[in-house]
Structures are given as structure tokens and as C-alpha cells.
Design a protein. Structure first.
Length: 207
């Protein structure tokens, strides 16, 4: 059977296949990236490859909030000027970065690593919920801000956490609904997200 090769090189084909596994990258874009790298000096491709390898092998996660970090404690948790009694609970690092860009929040974070989703076989034990409860039980926390996506999964996770810590003396609030239902925080503009943090409401009023 006659076989027509799609790529002029097996090496190029392998590189395109790897790039196309990244989110939002199709085969056409992957090929464009690969051809761009081939036009650059070889050292630039080596720098890219070495940076990716080093990141994957040496990256750490904060032992307090689970943020991506270069050390055991991330730059936010180790910042003495931040309010460590206020914790903003987010789904992942992208949401934390989105809130940071608003410059409207000076507390610390707790990154769950996802939301409860029975459809995807993700339960409470698959998330960083137990360590959040430990923080609340330590007595050093005054307020927990729920800043999860406004979807059924996000609301389910909010309610689960609320039930776990509602007996404590901690104020439990949620970001204002300036963020549209179904929206993800990372795609919300900075002004809207900043106002949602400032105008947060007691979680009890939302259920």
C-alpha cells in the first residue's frame, strides 16, 4: 500500500505531535511553532528544552497553600506584610494569579487543585481540603473567602467546605456575583474581579 508522508521529517512529526498535546494548540499551530524553532539559533531551542526540563524536575509546591513555588514556602505565604488571617480559596494557580493582578487583595491563598466533580470522579479527598480545615482549626484564621468558579461544581465545593468549617468562629464569605455565573476567574477582567473581592458577601446569604 502506498503511504504518503505528512511531514518531511520524522523528527519534525514527533515534535509537532508533542506540541499539539498542549491545551489550545492544534496541529497547524504546533507545526508553526516547530518551524519557528528550526529557523532560530540552535541555542534558543536548547534554552527552551532545558527550561522545561528544569521546571518539571525542580518545581515545588508550597507546603502551606499548595501554590507553585521555587522553595518550600511560596513568595506570598512568606510575605510578612500580607494578612495571614484572611485566606482566599481558589481552584488553581491561574485563579490566584488573576486575583493578584487586581491589586485589591492582601491576604493569602489556599489552592484546592480542582473542584468536586462526581462526573469526573473527583471527590473531596482528591483536593487540598483537609489542609484548609487544619488551618481553620489552628485558630489563626479570621476569614475564609470562597472564590471558586460560579458553576454547579464550584457551588458544590463551596457548600462542602462551608459545612466542614461552619461551626468554627471564622467568617466565611464569597466573592460578589459581579463575576457572571459560569465564568472562570482567569478570564474575568481585573476591574470586575477586583470589585468582586472588595464587595464580597457572607456565604450564608447565598444559600
Amino acid at each position: 500500500m502506498f503511504y504518503q508522508r505528512t511531514f518531511p521529517s520524522k523528527l519534525v512529526e514527533d515534535a509537532v505531535n508533542e506540541f499539539s498535546k498542549l491545551p489550545g494548540i492544534g496541529k497547524r499551530t504546533a507545526l508553526r511553532l516547530v518551524l519557528h524553532l528550526l529557523r532560530q539559533e540552535e541555542t534558543q531551542s536548547k534554552h527552551l528544552g532545558n527550561a522545561l526540563i528544569k521546571m518539571r524536575s525542580e518545581i515545588l509546591f508550597c507546603d502551606s497553600c499548595h501554590n507553585i513555588s521555587d522553595s518550600e514556602t511560596c513568595f506570598i505565604c512568606s510575605d510578612g506584610s500580607r494578612d495571614h488571617s484572611t485566606i482566599c480559596v481558589v481552584e488553581d494557580v491561574r485563579d490566584m494569579l488573576a486575583i493578584e493582578q487586581t491589586n485589591q487583595y492582601r491576604g493569602i491563598y489556599h489552592i484546592l487543585g480542582g473542584v468536586i466533580s462526581p462526573m469526573n470522579a473527583i471527590g473531596p479527598k482528591d483536593l487540598n481540603i483537609d489542609t484548609l480545615i487544619e488551618k481553620v482549626n489552628s485558630g489563626s484564621v479570621k476569614e475564609i473567602i470562597m472564590a471558586l468558579r460560579t458553576t454547579m461544581e464550584g457551588d458544590t465545593t463551596n457548600f462542602y467546605i462551608y459545612k466542614k468549617i461552619s461551626e468554627s468562629n471564622v467568617v466565611i464569605s464569597t466573592i460578589a456575583r459581579g463575576v457572571a455565573i459560569g465564568d472562570e476567574l482567569e478570564y474575568t477582567d481585573e476591574i470586575t474581579l477586583g470589585r468582586s473581592i472588595i464587595n464580597r458577601t457572607l456565604y450564608e446569604k447565598t444559600i
